[in-house]
Design a protein around this ligand. Structure first.
Ligand SMILES: [Zn+2]
Length: 634
């Protein structure tokens, strides 16, 4: 065995069965490298100023290519120590590996090195997956319950899955596709060979994803002899679904009874994505379970119902608002995940362009009184922005009070009221009392009728700052709707300070992003000519396991800020048409439309032209990119 220390002078790492340069050793053994070449690379390496892993040096000297390494490792299905590979590739320090080995020894070698490295945060799981997939050539998969061949799964006993981080997925032409947490682990490889034979294709998946898929398959086993009466398996299934939703940062869970099965879908980044299908027989028991959690009437199956519950899971808890809706195939359940982690943002962090952000703060948020309206359709991120505003202006000298339906995030230091019509705590009742609480800032969850609009306007007239949301397409639409609610034009023009319209567009997945050159037809669809887009860097996601092959991951806000000036106020008083108000706003206030802001973000490679076209109103031709960039970023 060759023992070439990758970091001379740091002492050998002991205590595990494979060499210090497992990949190099393996390549020597496979005769893909000659000992002479390795010696040469080692000499070159000692002359380097900053120490570099030997394998890197070999690659740089063109003695071995990435593809050769990948193919050799993948085809051989040999076992190697992931710890030493990570050191060899320069991802962890020899000291860190030694620490993990010590922990392993103290545990009587009951746990794997990869597991210990992850648990002690010596390496990030994503990095580990990247090393194994990109550097070693193992495909990365997301084991989906529906794709798993249940007959294959049943080949191994339930206990077997407890001691191996593995799940078989399906038969392929070149063998059974098997997902591993660590496809180089000797014990797991051996165990797989014994059950599924020598011919298999190793792939890599996240530990949680494998555990969850195993859990699903096992509750799947149970549901055959279901066993709607088997309460424990139903409880476990409900937990599995909720946990999967939390992990994927889902905003809504849909449980839908169809003719022949039950479909589960998750809304992620604003788009419904199919999660899994289950036999239809499981739906009544699952519905009962969720009704019990919500404490609603489980015998009522013919009327719509609503409820809430709090789901505790390892690592946190989350509030869910649930709606039971009666359909011809039974009750459809939609659960909204309310206080998702990381959603309370500051106004500085919601992807407002620099100049828009400064103007919104200076000319709206910091103005002592007046109405500020955030507008957009459901799911456009209005609530997040309102909370971002509250968070930004919350301080010990300011009294902030809210009327929300319901409170979605609790913020320390402000008085939040959750409307609850069931006990007659209505919106009207609450708004009547709110001004008597001596507030500086009043947050009205939503303007939805003449009454709430009047309360907002009156509060602003008496010197309060009012923050609220509205359900309209764009900023000018907000003004028009207030006029249509029979609010006097002069009251609107003298109290409304600013309207911020917004949308959320899906962000391109950073793991599979590629440059993209729009066709002339694409440009025509968005209203640009080739001369309008100097320096634009359009991109697209190719689709990968980490974005569930959608090409998108996460979301980015797109905004249109209207700050009312003299000209716009006059136009409102004169009750001009929305086209006129829009034109005046663009000319006199520097308004950049939703479409324009979206296009600037697409040209910066944050989102795609398709997303812009799918989500933003196209009311007029956008101005050329350089002009927009100047207006937005300055
Ligand atoms: Zn991707």
């Amino acid at each position: 065995m060759h023992t070439i220390n990758p970091f001379p002078g740091e002492g050998p790492v002991s205590g595990n069965e494979c060499g210090l340069n497992p990949i190099v050793d393996f390549l020597l053994q496979e005769k893909l490298l000659a000992p002479k070449q390795v010696e040469y690379a080692t000499r070159v390496r000692t002359k380097l100023e900053t120490p570099r892993p030997l394998l890197e040096v070999l690659k740089e000297l063109k003695l071995i290519a990435d593809d050769q390494i990948k193919k050799a490792v993948k085809d051989s299905r040999i076992s190697m120590c992931i710890g030493n590979i990570l050191v060899e590739l320069g991802y962890i320090k020899p000291d860190d590996l030694q620490r993990a080995l010590d922990i392993q020894a103290a545990d009587n070698n009951s746990r794997k090195i990869g597991e210990i490295l992850l648990e002690h945060r010596l390496i990030d799981e994503q990095v580990l997956i990247e090393v194994l997939s990109l550097q070693m050539g193992f495909p990365e998969v997301e084991p989906e319950f529906t794709e798993i061949d249940q007959a294959l799964f049943a080949k191994a006993p339930a206990k077997w899955y407890e001691s191996h981080d593995v799940i078989p997925i399906q038969k392929q032409a070149d063998g059974v596709l098997i997902a591993f947490v660590d496809p180089l682990d000797g014990k797991d490889l051996e165990a797989v060979k014994q059950i599924f034979g020598d011919k298999f294709v190793p792939a890599i998946a996240r530990r949680n994803a494998i555990k969850r898929a195993v859990g699903m398959c096992q509750s799947g086993d149970l549901k055959k002899d279901l066993a709607a009466s088997d309460e424990n398996s139903i409880i476990r299934l409900a937990d599995e679904i909720l946990l999967a939703a939390v992990e994927r940062d889902t905003s809504d869970i849909h449980l839908e009874p169809l003719k022949n099965n039950m479909r589960v879908r998750f809304r992620q980044d604003g788009v419904l994505i199919h999660f899994q299908d289950f036999p239809a027989e499981i739906m009544p028991a699952l519905t009962n379970r969720i009704k019990v959690l919500c404490e609603v009437d489980i015998t009522e199956k013919r009327r719509h119902q609503g409820g809430r519950f709090c789901f505790d899971y390892p690592g946190g808890q989350i509030d869910l608002r649930v709606s039971f809706y009666v359909t011809v195939h039974g009750e459809k359940i939609v659960m909204r995940l309310l206080n998702r982690k990381g959603v309370l943002l500051d106004i500085d962090d919601i992807s407002l362009s620099r100049r828009i952000r400064e103007r919104f703060k200076e000319d709206a948020l910091y103005v002592p009184s007046g109405v500020i309206i955030i507008t957009g359709p459901t799911g456009s991120g209005k609530t997040t922005t309102v909370y971002g505003c509250i968070n930004h202006i919350n301080n010990p000298q300011t009294s902030i009070i809210t009327a929300e339906e319901p409170v979605e995030y609790v913020i320390d230091g402000i008085a939040q009221c959750s409307i609850n019509p069931k006990i007659n705590l209505t919106f009207e009742e609450t708004l009547r009392h709110i001004v008597r609480q001596d507030p500086d800032v009043i947050v009205i969850g939503e303007i939805r009728d003449k009454f709430s609009a009047e309360v907002a306007v009156q509060a602003a007239l008496t010197g309060h700052k009012v923050l609220t949301t509205f359900h309209t397409e764009d900023s000018i639409g907000g003004i028009v709707r207030l006029l249509n609610m029979d609010i006097e034009a002069f009251l609107i023009s003298s109290t409304v300070v600013s309207i911020l319209a917004q949308r959320l567009l899906r962000k391109i997945c950073p793991h599979c992003v590629k440059d993209y050159k729009p066709t002339p037809a694409d440009l025509q669809r968005i209203g640009f000519s080739p001369n309008d887009i100097p320096g634009a860097q359009f991109r697209k996601g190719q689709g990968c396991a980490r974005c569930q092959y959608t090409g998108y991951r996460g979301r980015v806000g797109v905004f249109e800020l209207l700050v009312l000036d003299e000209q716009v106020r006059d136009a409102i008083i004169e009750q001009k048409t929305s086209q006129d108000i829009r034109r005046i706003s663009i000319e006199s206030t520097g308004l950049v439309t939703l479409l324009e802001d979206g296009l600037v973000k697409a040209a910066a490679g944050l989102t795609t032209i398709d997303e812009v076209l799918r989500s933003l109103p196209r009311l007029q031709k956008p101005r050329p990119l350089p002009e927009l960039q100047r207006l937005l970023e300055g």
